[in-house]
Design a protein around this ligand. Structure first.
Ligand SMILES: NC(=O)c1ccc[n+]([C@@H]2O[C@H](COP(=O)([O-])OP(=O)(O)OC[C@H]3O[C@@H](n4cnc5c(N)ncnc54)[C@H](O)[C@@H]3O)[C@@H](O)[C@H]2O)c1
Length: 352
């Protein structure tokens, strides 16, 4: 096999970036797209000129010539059944986070992928951001010494958070902090989380969407290092675009501090005022390149499938992140720290 045939299911914001990336890839032969919104399907056909397009994703699952499937659908409760169908059909899968709704579901997907020797990658795109990888490198090569603490604060605007809370009951920990928990745990591996404490604030969104405004999570690792992640959903819509992030990696011999507020590129127009145009987490297309990590992540997945390389994100790591954010939700609910590993699955009965 010297090229891949790829299916993208759900071609909204993220799936659109994935499909556009596949369409430009030298190692993709056929691109197949599935999207239930007919107008968006038309648009994506225009952008990617796929071999086939459909409103019925099962055509992709049933197509024996397709080796890899990217699942980018919302609402998030579609992730588990679609990934299960794709893996059962023998496809390698790149699935947007969250991996599933419950740890039991995640375990089932991981087992199928391992039994069938299929790549199963979860879309933790922030692992493909160069600034963040610089911090990881400085930790791994010993430049900042023994890690002491990691602090990551990410805020998204109310405009964006309304889209999220409009489609899922999943918490800021599950939907937003998940990226930063994943990144910090990846940087600090093989250290393991042993305790999680979390608090949510409910002052603003609770009135309109019955949702928390933010969630702060402290994770203690088995060597004593502490990770603190704050995920906020109420940045005013007047903020010049989608998201603003700050990171601090503090070690015994040094520190790396990252400004990811996106204020390095500013657009000013009479009509729309000031904008930070390239501040979305996936990273929109800018001419022939992309402003963020999702395109690179997609290409990396395709290469891992074609050349049989291990994926950068292992599904078992995504499961660990899930365990941490479920513990965070439980901690916020109970107002007390939760010990890890958890041997319960608090979302199992909620039917999200
Ligand atoms: N990695 C990142 O940086 C990042 C950023 C944002 C969102 N996400 C994740 O990516 C996923 C997609 O988010 P989005 O913002 O692109 O959502 P979106 O709503 O823009 O796109 C989802 C698309 O799936 C389509 N869809 C739904 N059911 C379908 C079906 N049965 N068959 C085919 N298509 C179907 C919808 O019509 C929609 O166009 C989410 O689960 C989210 O958690 C990841």
């Amino acid at each position: 096999m010297d090229k891949l045939n790829v299916g993208v299911i759900g071609t909204g914001w993220c799936g659109g970036i994935r499909a556009e990336t596949c369409a430009k890839s030298a190692i993709v032969d056929e691109l197949h797209v599935a999207e239930i919104k007919e107008d968006r399907l038309k648009e994506i056909i225009g952008l990617t000129n796929p071999t086939s397009s459909t409103t019925d994703y099962r055509e992709i699952i049933e197509n024996k010539d397709i080796q890899a499937v990217i699942i980018s659908t919302t609402p998030e409760n579609l992730h588990f059944p679609m990934a299960k169908e794709a893996l059962m059909a023998g496809k390698h899968v790149l699935l947007e986070k969250p991996i599933a709704r419950t740890l039991l579901e995640a375990d089932e997907l991981i087992k199928i992928s391992e039994d069938k020797k299929l790549k199963f990658q979860i879309g933790y795109s922030q692992r493909f951001r160069s600034k963040y990888n610089y911090a990881r490198q400085k930790l791994l090569d010993g430049t900042i010494g023994e890690p002491v603490s990691v602090f990551i604060s990410r805020n998204i605007t109310q405009q964006l958070s309304k889209r999220i809370v409009g489609r899922t009951r999943l918490s800021p920990a599950a939907m937003e902090a998940t990226h930063d928990l994943d990144f910090a745990l990846w940087c600090l591996a093989p250290r393991k989380p042993i305790r999680v404490y979390s608090q949510q604030v409910e002052k603003v969104l609770i009135k309109s969407s019955n949702s928390p405004d933010c969630q702060f999570i402290m994770v203690t690792l088995d060597d004593g290092t502490v990770i603190t992640v704050g995920a906020g959903w109420v940045l005013p819509s007047s903020y010049p675009n989608y998201s603003s992030t700050k990171m601090e990696f503090i070690g015994s011999e040094g520190a790396v501090i990252i400004d990811d507020t996106h204020s390095d590129v500013t657009l000013m127009t009479q009509k729309r005022g000031i904008e930070y145009p390239m501040s979305s987490m996936p990273g929109e297309p800018v001419g022939h390149v992309f402003a963020g990590p999702m395109a690179e992540e997609t290409n990396n997945f395709l290469e891992c499938v074609l050349f049989d390389r291990p994926t950068i994100v292992q599904a078992r790591e995504a499961r660990k992140v899930m365990e941490v954010y479920l513990a965070a939700d439980l901690s916020a609910e109970r107002g007390e720290p939760i010990s890890m590993p958890m041997n319960m699955d608090p979302l199992a009965d909620k039917g999200e």
